[in-house]
Design a protein around this ligand. Sequence first.
Ligand code: ATP
Ligand code: MG
Length: 563
Amino acid sequence: MAPSNNLFPSNFIWEIIEEDIKANKHGGRVATRFPPEPNGYIHIGHAKSICLNFGIAAQFGGACNLRLDDTDPAGESLEYVQSIIDDVRWLGFDWGERLFYASDYFDKLYEFAVQLIMAGKAYVCDLNADEIRQYRGTFTEPGKDSPYRNRSVEENLDLFERMRAGEFADGSCVLRAKIDMASTNVIMRDPIIYRIKREPHYRTGKKWIIYPMYDFAHCLSDALEKITHSICTLEFENNRPLYDWFVDQLIMGDRPQQIEFARLNLSYTVLSKRRLIELVENGHVAGWDDPRMPTVAGMRRRGYTPEAIRNFCAAIGVAKNENLVDIGLLEHCVRSDLSETAPRVMSVLNPLKVIIDNYPQEKVEEFECANHPQKPEMGTRKVPFSRALYIEYDDFMEEPPKKYKRLGPGREVRLRNAYVIKYQSLRKDERTGKILEIHCTYDPQTREGAPPDGRKIEGVIHWVSARHAVPAEVRLYDRLFNVPDPSMAGDDFMETLNPNSLETLSSSFVEASLKDAAPGNRYQFERLGYFCIDAKDSSGKHVFNRIVSLRDTWGKIAAQNKP
Ligand code: ATP
Ligand code: MG
C-alpha cells in the first residue's frame, strides 16, 4: 500500500486504467510492479516510478509488487537488493508478501524457451555478435536471415540443451526468437533470448551458465505475476510489440498492458546508474549515500523527507514527452515540508566571539524559546544565555554600508529570543587583521520586549552561549554539477562536476539543546537553513548536513544575473 496522501493528479495513465476497469478488462483488477535491476542504488527517477506504481495500486484498490529484475549476473548483488528494499520502504511503500525475483523464474523461463523452440519459433544461432549486428540491417534496410535460421526443432532442442550443459564457449552461440528479419521494427528482427555467460549469479550461484535476456524475462515475469498494467519509461515503446509477441506465444489469458511515460530528468544531476557508479567508483563522492547523490540513500542521509520526495513526484506528474525538471522544485518541496515540521534552533556556523561587558561573569539565564513560531503544540525549550556568546562572523561589520541591519560601530541589534546589545569595541589579531572578539553591552530592560524609551531596533541576529554551545562540524552541500544538463557532455560529464559541491565548516557551534539529539533529526537553524544530524559520521562528534537553504538562493542569483 501507499500512503494515502501525495495523490497524483489524474493523467493519461489514470484514464487508461479507468477505461480498463469500466470495460472489465483483467476482470477489473489492477496490479502493478516496481521492477528495478539490483545493479546500483535507486535514485530520484526510480522514486518517480515507485510513487507511480504504488500510487496506482493505492488509488485503484489494487496491489503493487516489488520485483528485482535480476537476470544479468554482471553487476548485481545482495547489497543492492538490500538497499532497494530499504529505500522503497523508507519512501513509505509496502509490498506486503509480494517481493519477487526474476531469478526465481529461471526454470520457468528456460521451459518457455524450450516451448518456443518446439513451436518452431526459436533457434540456436552460431553467428557472432558482429555478424548478428550486420545481418540485422538498419532502420532503412531490412535484415538478412541467419544461415542457422532453418535448423530443425530437434537440432535446436539438442543445441539449446547443450548450451545449458556447458558444451559451448561464452559467445559462441545464442538462442534467438524466430520472428521477422524484415520487420520495420528492428527489435522484432529475431532478437536474442538466451546467451551463454559463465558468471555466477548472486542468488542462483553457478546453477546457470545461460541467462535470459532482459526483453524475454521482463515481460514474461510481468505476465507470470499477472500484472495488469506494466508501467515503464518511453525508451521501451518499440519493445512493446516484442513483449506482446512473447506473452502471446507462451501465456494464456489477458496479457499485461504496457504503458510508457517520460522518465524524470533533473537539472544539475545525472540519473543513469552507469554514471552514478562512475561517480562512486572514481571517488568523486563518498559512496552511494553521499548526501550530494541523487540516490534515495543520499537524499535520506542529506535529510530529505519521504513526504517531500513523494510530494515532488506527484507535483511533476506524468507525461509522454521528456523534459528537464528544475532541481529547485525538489528543493522547494523539501523546504515546504520542513518549514512545517522542523523545530527551530540556533546555531552559529562561522563564529565570532562577543563579550557582554556589563553582564555578570558567572550569571546564566535561561530563555524559554518556541520550537516553532506558528505551532505552539511543538513546545518550547530552554536556551542558556551568558556573558560570552558567539554570533555569526558576518553579522558584524567594522564599516557597514548604510542598509546593513546588523552589528557595527555605534549600532544596536536584537539577539533573537534575548536582549538588545550595543557594540563597544573589538580586539584584532594584529598580524592577520582577523577580528578575535567584539565587546558589547546589553540593555537589561529589553528581555521581554522593545526598549521602554521607544528607540527602534531593526536587526535581529542569532547567537549561542559560548560556555554552553556544542562544537559541531557542518557540511554545506551545493549542486554536484556546474551545468543544468550534465548529460549533454556525454562521457565527459565528469568535467562538469562542481569542485565546490562540499564545504566543511569545522568550528561551528550548535545550541546546547542539541547535545544529545538523535542522528537523523532535522532542524531549522534560524536564519541559516535546514540541517540534519548526519546518521553515519556522528559518533563522538556532532556532524550536521545542510539539507537545503532557507530560500531559493539559486533562483535569486540567477535572477540577479539576468541583464
Ligand atoms: P539506467 O540507469 O540504465 O537507465 P534503469 O534506471 O533502467 O537503469 P532499472 O533498475 O531497470 O534501471 O529501473 C527500474 C524502473 O525504474 C524501470 O521501470 C524504469 O523504467 C524506472 N526508471 C528508471 N529511471 C527512471 C527515471 N529517470 N524516471 C522514471 N522512471 C525511471
Ligand atoms: Mg532498465
